[in-house]
Design a protein around this ligand. Structure first.
Ligand SMILES: [Ca+2]
Length: 261
């Protein structure tokens, strides 16, 4: 980062970034236009996701995506983007752990545990409780609610590259948030760019017994769930039903996160 940028306060810097990159208008899942939400003082643009019912999982997917089953979620709110490097620095006061400097790119090399610490601190700065989305909330939001699209923003193979940073178009690196088309809720990079930690423990058989209303995952487990694939993944891994998991202390160039509230 240039030295002059280190001399201004993180929050002022975030505000400057937001002024330079105004948020595009979001679209509601039913196709109706929605007003562009304004960023908060940490630069988060919050997207209200209306609750509803959808079919979670995929019977033609991997073993842990089965069985497809009906799930209801309540209204919730998600950040339009993955947490960026600039937001990480603004909240923690520390250098971002990503390999490449790129203020508007998602922060990576962040563990599930570090994401929790970030959310607690960011929530304190904003005066509200922030959290990771549940696995069900993430899939519902990514697929555009009941439409449950194959990728976040499209069902059409030939359109995927317009919505998803994967190993076919990323040049082996994460990219600035929202360079690709948003999904039906106006959320960016739900499929691709970096994997996103969600709140739940991972259990490959969880769908066989999970509750129909607001599932929160197994009570205990060894690993946490990640969703959405990343810049180094095959585009098939970026499907909204694809499940992945890792030890909560893992830090890799592929893992990031996005806050919910
Ligand atoms: Ca992502």
């Amino acid at each position: 980062m240039d030295c002059w940028l280190r001399k201004i306060t993180p929050l002022v810097f975030i505000a400057a970034l937001q002024c330079a990159t105004p948020a595009p208008a979001a679209a509601a899942a039913d196709g109706a236009p929605a007003a562009a939400p304004a960023p908060d003082k940490l630069g988060f643009v919050w997207v209200r996701v209306p609750g509803g019912e959808f079919t979670m999982g995929a019977n033609d997917g991997d073993g842990d995506e089965r069985p497809a089953h009906p799930v209801r979620v309540k209204d919730f709110t998600l950040s339009r983007t993955e947490v960026t490097q600039a937001q990480w620095r603004a909240v923690t006061g520390e250098a971002h752990p990503s390999a490449k400097n790129c203020d508007t790119c998602p922060v990576s090399n962040v563990s599930w545990d570090e994401a929790q610490a970030f959310l607690a601190k960011a929530g304190g700065l904003l005066g509200e409780k922030l959290r990771l989305p549940t696995e069900a909330e993430w899939e519902y939001a990514a697929g555009g609610g009941a439409k449950h699209q194959k990728w976040a923003g499209t069902d059409v193979d030939q359109q995927v590259r317009d919505y998803v940073w994967s190993n076919t178009n990323s040049s082996r690196a994460a990219h600035p948030a929202c360079e690709k088309q948003p999904n039906l809720f106006g959320l960016c990079d739900m499929s691709g760019n970096v994997w996103e930690w969600v709140a739940d423990f991972y259990d490959r058989d969880y769908y066989e017994t999970s509750p129909a209303a607001d599932p929160t995952g197994p009570e205990t487990g060894e690993n946490r769930v990640l969703r959405g694939g990343c810049w180094s993944s095959h585009v098939g891994i970026a499907r909204v039903t694809q499940r992945y998991n890792s030890w909560g202390g893992a830090q890799t160039p592929y893992y990031g996160f996005r806050p919910a509230k």
